[in-house]
Ligand binder design. Structure first.
Ligand code: NIG
Ligand code: FE
Length: 426
């Protein structure tokens, strides 16, 4: 069931002025006190039985047993819940292309019949097909289509998600996309983190002149993005069919010097570009399906977060990124949907994380951390992703009495209630 959307100002108007206790939760998974990097065992997962949260003005102020909080804070309002319910932080989807117009259902059937993704792209399908369909859509239409996807995402427990541009590929169309993304953020309760992916592909008008296109983005688009405060992150797709490492490096260096954080599409079909992400101090290196021992070692040594995208592997019918090896090597691992019209049309974060966990042998703690606390780090939003004092009260409850049911049901068990900034939104 879809729920009504509230404007963010509505949420703020109705936010409480005094404290409230929400609980009791059969189990409360706090996701706190976990290291950012490396493998995690389920003994590291804090599970508070009959737990509760004390919340004031959108922020968690105390976490503990329901009875203890009630006696310690007798003045607080109480939002009492019925059992069974397992509470955990709202999910954070750190890599999406959810803003697009049109459909690529034709590409998908071609792919399932055996035509490779890159071949479809060369024949005029692929990303440039969505570019054509997105360029003719108005900013208002793009906002509306994105809000619809945000409704589904929040309903499935995603309280923060990143959204990239990258289907405009002209200064005007990229600005239109980013304005549409920021418009959706204002209209919907989900928190959207926008990223400029104007360097998704060289547009047709710049075939053979990729470097000139990147110069245009640097000199005309990025300053305007800063002027309008439309995004603070820059992405580029490094691949033979998109941009080479040689083209990407000066582009990324300049964007970083301008103050943008870097989150980059690397090692999707060809290994190596994640080394550049580490060298440049990118916040995240995303995809990694082709990463080998060399790239895994570099990521593990770096502060760059490895973002894996199981929905893209499912959509393309290709292998998963080496999540287990990345964790064992010592890397920080986040898991995201890559929700887009081509390679990852499904967009179900919990289902994809659960399936990746089964394939790659991840502990429940590793899987949950990848879509909560470690995901928060990948978006540099350290105010969320765990349930502890000082964090935003973005959380959800599942209708079960044991947290293991959540991944066991492989995404089919959905949250029954979701709170954003301490307010019940579903
Ligand atoms: O992350 N690899 C590049 N970009 C997207 C696909 C976008 C599309 O096919 O429309 C990705 O998979
Ligand atoms: Fe992507």
């Amino acid at each position: 069931m879809l729920f009504p959307t509230f404007s963010k100002s509505f949420s703020q108007e109705t936010s409480m002025t005094h404290s409230k206790i929400i609980g009791p939760f059969t189990e409360l998974l706090t996701m706190r006190n976990l290291p950012l990097k490396g493998a995690l065992g389920d003994t590291q997962l804090e599970v508070i039985k009959q737990g509760a949260l004390l919340i004031k003005n959108e922020i968690i102020t105390e976490v503990g047993p329901f009875d203890a909080l009630k006696s310690e804070f007798p003045q607080a309002d109480i939002e009492e819940l019925t059992a069974p319910n397992v509470a955990m932080p709202g999910f954070i989807d750190v890599h999406t292309h959810m803003c697009w117009a049109g459909s690529r259902a034709r590409d998908y059937t071609l792919r399932t019949s055996g035509t490779p993704y890159l071949e479809i792209a060369k024949a005029g399908g692929g990303i440039l097909d969505t570019v054509r369909q997105t360029r003719v859509a108005s900013q208002e239409t793009l906002t509306e289509l994105l809000v619809q996807k945000c409704m589904r995402h929040l309903n499935e427990g995603v309280t923060t998600c990143e959204v990239k541009s990258g289907y405009g590929l002209t200064v005007a169309d990229e600005l239109k996309m980013l304005r549409a993304i920021n418009g959706a953020n204002k209209q919907h309760n989900i928190d959207i983190v926008p990223t400029c992916l104007a360097a998704h592909m060289p547009p047709q008008e710049f075939q053979g002149h990729s470097a000139e296109y990147l110069e245009l983005i640097l000199h005309e688009l990025l300053p305007q993005i800063q002027k309008e405060n439309l995004a603070s992150r820059v992405d580029i797709f490094i691949e033979e069919s998109a941009f080479t490492e040689r083209e990407a490096e000066p582009y990324l260096r300049t964007a970083k010097a301008m103050g943008f954080s870097l989150a980059i599409h690397v090692d999707q079909f060809t290994a190596g570009s994640s080394l550049l992400a580490c060298k440049l101090g990118a916040v995240s290196a995303d995809h990694l399906e082709a990463s080998t021992g060399r790239e895994i070692e570099a990521l593990a040594k770096s502060e760059t977060i490895a973002v894996v995208l199981p929905g893209c592997s499912l959509g393309l019918g290709l292998n998963y990124a080496p999540a287990r090896k990345l964790l064992d090597g010592g890397a920080a691992l986040a898991i995201a949907t890559d929700w887009n019209p081509g390679s990852a049309p499904m967009g179900d974060l919990l289902m994809q994380a659960a399936v990746l966990g089964a394939a790659e042998k991840l502990s429940a703690t590793e899987t949950f951390a990848g879509i909560t606390t470690r995901a928060a780090a990948a978006l540099e939003r350290n105010d969320r992703g765990e349930l502890s004092a000082g964090k935003r009260a973005d959380f959800q409850v599942f209708p079960c009495d044991d947290y293991r049911e959540i991944l066991y049901n492989q995404g089919k068990l959905k949250a029954s209630k979701i709170w954003k900034c301490g307010i019940l939104v579903e």
